[in-house]
Design a protein around this ligand. Sequence first.
Ligand SMILES: [Mn+2]
Length: 337
Amino acid sequence: MTKLSLDELRAKYGEADGGAVYDPRFRRVAERLFSADGQRSFPYSGIPTLLKAPLRAVDWMAPDLERLEIALIGVPMDLGVTNRSGSRFGPRALRAIERIGPYNHVLDCMPTYELRVADIAQSHADIEHHVRKVVDAGVIPVSVGGDHSISLPLLKAVAKHGPVGMIHIDAHCDTSGSFEGCKFHHGGPFRRAVLDGALDPSRTIQIGIRGSSEFLWEFSYETGMTVIHADEIDTIGMAGVIERSRAVAGDGPTYLTFDVDSLDPAFAPGTGTPEIGGLSTREAQALLRGLIGLNLVGADLVEVAPQYDATTNTVQAGAQMLFEILSLFVGESRGRR
Ligand SMILES: [Mn+2]
């Protein structure tokens, strides 16, 4: 590109608004965001929704509506926590975060513009029943919890043709048995999912595992899940972790679950069971972006408990991870593998 003189630069950029972008790759982004007269909608305006996706209420499946590809679903349920509660406030807190996206420069996509996506009505009661309606309509559920126990009904809803594989990013394997006589707490959904025939352990990888609960996770090893501890990541390298993840998941239908406590509490203290020594937000972004092209049939982001983080960094990081997750489905719809 020839270098412009100062006068030429003044002529080209002096009065240009933010929507005047000349690089064709970026112009298509700007064209979607700015009106012809250079205006854009304020990031803080309108009704807050997950990633600013359009809001659809309970009639989201009405026949006159265009078929969705992805349903963003708030699941404000934290009755499965074993210690600090509060992730019931996660979906609402994520909705209030502004200016996430809309452009993902690494995957070169604008997920909320390129996918037919909506934030649909919240599920308060029967998660599996509600989400199965989404799945039966041919729409992929991407849910925001809530504690990690919600992944069990979500997995059962997507696994209607048999057990699915899973990429599980978390500080904990969540494959323990009953606590206090309850099987359905947030430390055990993936044991139940295997036993209920919804999850294929041989196609399951658990990444970022650490803390003092290793003695609880023998079910992961006995069933042949692949477990990558946080302390192994520097040795394997994130490229190696991605390679292992892709090899374990293979081409079959795969669920993606992201527990915000996989992130180090330096980045995300707002969660019920924080564990030091975790992933950085940059590592987590690289990992998620590395999953592009997998056959993802659903996803969730869980355990954001906003009241333990007065800075809102956890909600910010959670919303950003949700954006990365949604970006993976643009690749899917483009057939990028
Ligand atoms: Mn978890």
